[in-house]
Write a protein that binds this ligand. Structure first.
Ligand code: ZN
Length: 236
């Protein structure tokens, strides 16, 4: 592992330590439960993140080298995972290559699991729309801080952004956005550790009523590993 990758892993470990116990696995996701305050876990309890540069097929011998890393984790809701992998996504945080992401979906304590991915970045780093869609809700909650619920263009998936420092100027509910539209900036609002600003990013498969507070969690990690690096586009 090179030094830069080590620093990224250290940052990820720090995020994990401050963010290990968050949402509840449940069909209904009240905003107040999306992140739950907790005492930081000791760093030693955090599993070492996988080195992103390790080729997953190296020990498989005859297996062909694939661009997509093998994924053995929990995909979350299977139908939602199929919807998600069919989307053409962009990493939600500027300056973060897909290979630097770590799967923190299954991290947790006791019966609670994270069901989201944490992406560490300096406060003020641009956060963009991962997909084309519509701003369904701008919501401030005690645990999540400044949050955004973005629905995909088909109204089947919700993308959830939390701990934002600020919304992009002019961002409004009902607004159509495209992949790469600036939504806000990374921060540590809500219950995030101010010393470790990060984006808490989750995906839900929406129910038939398309309520922004209801959904089945989907692991965003496999799709984000295939996503394009963030690039801010001008709004239409
Ligand atoms: Zn989180």
């Amino acid at each position: 592992m090179n030094r830069a990758a080590g620093l990224i892993c250290l940052a990820a470990a720090a995020v994990l330590a401050g963010c290990g116990r968050e949402p509840v696995r449940t069909v209904v996701i009240p905003p107040a439960q999306v992140e739950v305050a907790q005492a930081p876990a000791p760093a030693a309890a955090v599993p070492a993140p996988q080195a992103p540069s390790s080729p997953p097929t190296a020990q498989m011998g005859a297996a062909p080298a694939l661009a997509a890393p093998r994924f053995d984790g929990d995909p979350g809701d299977l139908e939602g995972a199929r919807f998600l992998v069919a989307r053409s996504l962009m990493v939600p945080v500027a300056g973060i290559p897909p290979a630097a992401l770590h799967d923190t979906y299954e991290q947790g304590r006791g019966s609670r699991t994270h069901e989201a991915i944490d992406i560490a970045a300096p406060a003020g780093t641009p956060v963009v729309a991962v997909d084309n869609g519509r701003i369904a809700k701008l919501f401030t909650s005690k645990p999540g801080g400044l949050t955004i619920y973005l629905f995909d263009a088909d109204g089947r998936l919700a993308y959830y952004y939390a701990h934002l420092d600020a919304y992009a100027p002019g961002l409004k509910e009902g607004m159509e956005v495209q992949r790469g539209t600036l939504l806000g900036t990374v921060g540590s609002t809500g219950n995030a550790d101010p010393k470790v600003p990060h984006l808490h990013f989750a995906v839900f498969k929406l129910g038939p009523q398309r309520n922004w507070w209801q959904g089945d969690p989907v692991n965003p990690y496999p799709a984000l590993r295939l996503a394009a690096p963030a690039e801010v586009v001008a709004s239409r």
